[in-house]
Design a protein around this ligand. Structure first.
Ligand code: 13P
Length: 267
C-alpha cells in the first residue's frame, strides 16, 4: 500500500514571516493525520526558518529546485548539501515553470526565453542523481503542454520525461525514494483541472514507464502525484483513483484551510 503524499509548492510566495504564520495556522489543522505524508516547499529564503518550527509536526520540508554540484563557482545556484543543511528532505525537480514554459503563450516561447530557465530531461536526471546521493527525496515533475495534448502527444511526452529523468538510477532507489508528479502544464494555475479519469490514466502511463525501465515491483512502489488546480472540491475524486498517490498543490497550498482540506481528502 503506497502512502499518499501531499506536497505544497509555494512557488515564489511568502516572506519568512508570512511562511511561519501559514505553518502555525496549518499545524493544528493537520495534526493527527500521520496516514498522509505532508510536505511544504517554501522559497529558499524561508527554508531554514520554517525548518525550525516543524519539529514534532510530522510535516516534511522541501525545496523547489536545486543545482547538482555540491559547491563551487556557480553564481546564483543552491546545492543539495546546502538544502539538507537548511533542513530540506525533499526537492522538486523539473517543474514546468523551470522547464521554461510558465505564463508565456507557447508561440512566444523563443529559444532565448527557454534558455532563461530551460530545464531539460537531462538536467532533471543529473539533479535527481545528486538528490539521491545527498539523501534527499526527489519529486520529479512531468507533464505535457496544451499543444502537445492537442497533437495527441501526451503519452509520448510524459513517457520520455519519465525515462529521461530516471536514466542510470538504480531500481531500488526509485522504489524507495522517488516521487513523480504528473502536472499537465495547461492545468497549472488555470483553474482547469484534468478530469480525474484522465489524470489517473496518465499517472498510469508514468507507472508503466517505470515498469519499462525496471520491473513491476518498482512500478508498484513508486508514488505518483497529480498536480494542476487541485483544490478542496476536486481533491477527493482525484485522490481516490488507483494510480494517483497524492497531490502537488500550488495555489491552494497558500491557504491553510484549503491545504488542510486536501490533506484530509487524502485520508
Ligand atoms: P496550481 O495548484 O496552482 O495549479 O499549481 C500546481 C503546481 O504547479 C504545483 O507544482
Amino acid at each position: 500500500m503506497r502512502k499518499k503524499i501531499i506536497a505544497g509548492n509555494w512557488k515564489m510566495n511568502k516572506t519568512i514571516g508570512e511562511g511561519l504564520a501559514l505553518v502555525e495556522e496549518l499545524k493544528p489543522l493537520i495534526a493527527g493525520k500521520a496516514y498522509v505524508e505532508v510536505v511544504i516547499c517554501p522559497p529558499y529564503t524561508a527554508l531554514y526558518a520554517i525548518s525550525q518550527v516543524l519539529g514534532g509536526t510530522g510535516i516534511g520540508l522541501g525545496a523547489q529546485e536545486a543545482f547538482w554540484k555540491a559547491s563551487g563557482a556557480y553564481t546564483s545556484q543552491i546545492s543539495l548539501p546546502m538544502l539538507a543543511d537548511a533542513g530540506a528532505q525533499y526537492v522538486i525537480l523539473g517543474h514546468s515553470e523551470t522547464r521554461g514554459r510558465f505564463g508565456v503563450p507557447e508561440p512566444e516561447l523563443t529559444p532565448d526565453l527557454l534558455r532563461t530557465f530551460g530545464e531539460t530531461d537531462a538536467g532533471v536526471n543529473i539533479k535527481a542523481q545528486a538528490t539521491l546521493a545527498a539523501g534527499l527525496i526527489p519529486i520529479l515533475c512531468v507533464g505535457e503542454t496544451l499543444s502537445e495534448r492537442q497533437r495527441g502527444e501526451t503519452d509520448d511526452v510524459v513517457r520520455a520525461q519519465v525515462l529521461g529523468a530516471l536514466a542510470g538510477i538504480a531500481g531500488a532507489a526509485v522504489a524507495e525514494k522517488v516521487v513523480f508528479a504528473y502536472e499537465p502544464v495547461w492545468a497549472i494555475g488555470t483553474g482547469e483541472t484534468c478530469a480525474a479519469d484522465e489524470a489517473d490514466r496518465v499517472c498510469g502511463v508514468v507507472r508503466h514507464a517505470v515498469e519499462m525501465a525496471y520491473d513491476q515491483t518498482v512500478a508498484e512502489a513508486v508514488r505518483i502525484q497529480y498536480g494542476g488546480s487541485m483544490k478542496p472540491d476536486n481533491a477527493a475524486d482525484l485522490l481516490s483513483r488507483p494510480n494517483i498517490d497524492g497531490g502537488l498543490i500550488g495555489g491552494a497550498s497558500l491557504k491553510a484551510a484549503d491545504f488542510a482540506a486536501i490533506v484530509t481528502a487524502a485520508g
